[in-house]
Design a protein around this ligand. Structure first.
Ligand code: FAD
Ligand code: SIN
Length: 532
């Protein structure tokens, strides 16, 4: 058994920021399922939203967040997170994070270059050109490397949380650590700690088309749900309007910042269409833009729409969006001369494990921060670039909160992982088939536009698939594909059950059977908890 003072599951912005903050107080293990940098964070393009300019104000950032959230945000949480943004940004800069700057003609100095994205009334997005996430991971991992108290376990996949209830102890449910699969040795290790942080990110891979990398299989939500934690608002899956449409491109995002710098959405016949949907046109909130694109594609039968920024100088485009420019060029698209074919794709999980603004879950000793968590900041639709902001602010608050926790959890006995008489699965084709089936059915039946009938159909199919997966899980030795399949199936079921619970269209949950918002549901979360 490996014993630490703090166990951190995940090495994106949430896990790394928190680990750095708690390291002076004890030994920290960071468990991460691929290499340290591999995370949704690493692919973030647009940047971090925070109020740093004189033209902006907390009030405006709060207003934009509430408006995008379509009435469901928790206003007190929004205010706290927005207000603490600038302090956390200053810390990132002090840590060595290089945000893009520009010359300020007013005083001849260099100032932060602020980008603009959908739903923001001001320029307030701090960015590192169009590779903000890569720069965040670089800066945080460099700081972690200098911390002797932190040990990173790469290629280690957390299977399940260890809780006092699961071990049969009576009384309040406490988290005692996690069982972790070492992908290299194929063995399962026990990590014990009085404080565990879930920072495992989102669940884009539940859908066939996504902007997310392969790590995003909803493991944290599935683990927390199995452990008995409350999970909320999972029907609100955000579809990013502009993912590159190309047969060879896997999950490549075209940042909303491209529209922020003047990019315009057009049909494949070169007709601008967003003015028919929202006064902010191509820069309307994401739920509206994604639905508009979906409608236009269905109307015309086209496979994609176009994002056109060719009217901007080529030098500006190449300097501001070097990664997007180079990647598209690699696929034969010169974005300075031709429009970019784009489609919506699953991007962000607005709901998650229910937490306070300090990251506390309802299981003692278990915290959740970042995309895995639901603090109430995003409501029914996240405002662009508020995710990285939420992760750094809540990671800081969680680290501040835990100082006395060690003494609160009794010293329970933790048994080793039991694999029984399991043997290797010889039919991995079944696992691969179930992966594909879940992702396709979620795309077809639980996508941008939903109906009760399609949701019910998805629910029935998922229940059957779950039976098959459970049988596999208990019969065979575990492996990464099977563990992730089990998690995407659980998360898919949670998304469908949540969508069926909400009898209205609000934000990202658009259901043709209830095309309008229902005021009675304006501040109601859909909360699910596994019955024990
Ligand atoms: P992640 O960064 O996803 O990290 C999760 C970590 O957990 C990873 O290290 C992963 O390997 C690990 N993990 C997962 N499951 C397990 C397991 N079972 N065991 C062990 N480890 C596990 N948001 C913004 O605010 N601004 C942007 O500009 C922006 N751009 C984006 C662009 C793209 C292409 C994508 C996909 C997302 C973007 N987002 C953006 C969203 C944002 O990047 C994420 O919401 C945020 O980075 C999540 O951070 P996190 O630390 O919670 O999770
Ligand atoms: C983007 O760059 O468009 C992504 C921003 C975000 O998801 O917040």
């Amino acid at each position: 058994m490996k014993r630490f003072d703090f166990l951190v599951l995940g090495s994106g912005i949430a896990g790394l920021s928190y680990a750095l903050k708690v390291a002076p107080r004890g030994r920290v293990a960071i468990v991460t399922k691929k290499n340290s940098a591999e995370s949704n964070t690493n692919y973030a393009q647009g940047g971090i939203a925070a109020v740093t300019s004189k033209e902006d104000s907390f009030e405006l950032h709060v207003r934009d967040t509430l408006e995008a959230g379509a009435g469901l945000c928790k206003e007190a949480v929004v205010r706290q997170i927005v207000a603490e943004g600038p302090a956390r940004i200053a810390e990132l800069i002090a840590l060595g994070m290089n945000f893009s700057e520009r010359d300020d003609p007013a005083n001849g100095r260099r100032v932060l270059d602020l980008g603009k994205e959908g739903g923001h009334s001001k320029r307030r997005i701090l960015h590192a050109k169009d590779v903000t996430g890569r720069e965040i991971e670089r800066a945080l991992l460099a700081a972690i490397a200098a911390q002797p108290n932190i040990k990173i376990f790469e290629n280690h996949l957390a299977i399940d949380l260890i809780t006092s209830q699961k071990l049969g102890y009576v009384g309040a449910n406490s988290c005692l650590g996690a069982y972790v699969f070492d992908k290299k040795s194929g063995t399962v290790e026990t990590f014990a700690a009085p404080v565990t942080l879930l920072a495992t990110g989102g669940c884009g891979k539940v859908y066939l088309y996504t902007t997310n990398p392969d790590i995003a299989t909803g493991d944290g939500v599935a683990m927390a749900y199995r452990a008995g934690a409350a999970v909320a608002d999972m029907e609100f899956i955000q579809f990013h309007p502009t993912c590159l449409f190309h047969p060879k491109a896997k999950s490549f995002l075209i940042s909303e910042a491209v529209r922020g710098e003047g990019g315009v959405l057009k049909t494949t016949e070169s007709r601008e269409f967003m003015d028919a949907y929202h006064p902010l046109k191509s820069l309307a909130p994401r739920d509206i833009v994604a639905r508009a694109i979906d409608t236009e594609m269905k109307k015309s039968g086209a496979d994609c729409v176009l994002l056109d920024i060719t009217h901007k100088p080529a030098k500006f485009i190449i300097e501001r969006f070097p990664n997007i420019y180079q990647t598209c060029l690699g696929f034969g698209i010169d974005i300075t001369r031709e429009p970019i074919p784009v489609v919506p794709a699953a991007h962000y999980q607005c709901g998650g494990v229910v937490t306070s603004v300090d990251g506390e879950t309802d299981i003692a000793g278990l915290y959740a921060v970042g995309e895995v968590a639901c603090t109430g900041l995003h409501g029914a639709n996240r405002l662009a670039s508020n995710s990285l902001l939420e992760a750094v602010v809540v990671a800081h608050r969680a680290a501040e909160k835990i100082s006395n926790l060690k003494s609160q959890i009794p010293d329970y006995q933790i048994p080793d992982w039991q694999s029984g008489d399991a043997h290797n699965p010889d039919e991995m084709v079944v696992v691969a088939h179930n992966w594909d089936e879940i992702r396709r059915l979620m795309w077809d039946y639980v996508g941008i536009v939903r109906t009760n009938k399609r949701l019910q159909r998805a629910q029935a199919r998922l229940a059957n698939l779950q039976l098959e997966i459970q049988e596999y899980y208990w019969d065979f030795t575990v492996n990464s594909d099977l563990l992730e399949l089990r998690n995407i199936a659980t998360v898919a079921e949670i998304i469908v059950a949540s969508a069926l619970q909400r009898p209205e269209s609000r934000g990202l949950n658009y259901n043709l059977d209830y095309p309008a918002a229902n005021p009675e549901w304006a501040q109601r979360d859909t909360v699910l908890r596994k019955s024990s």
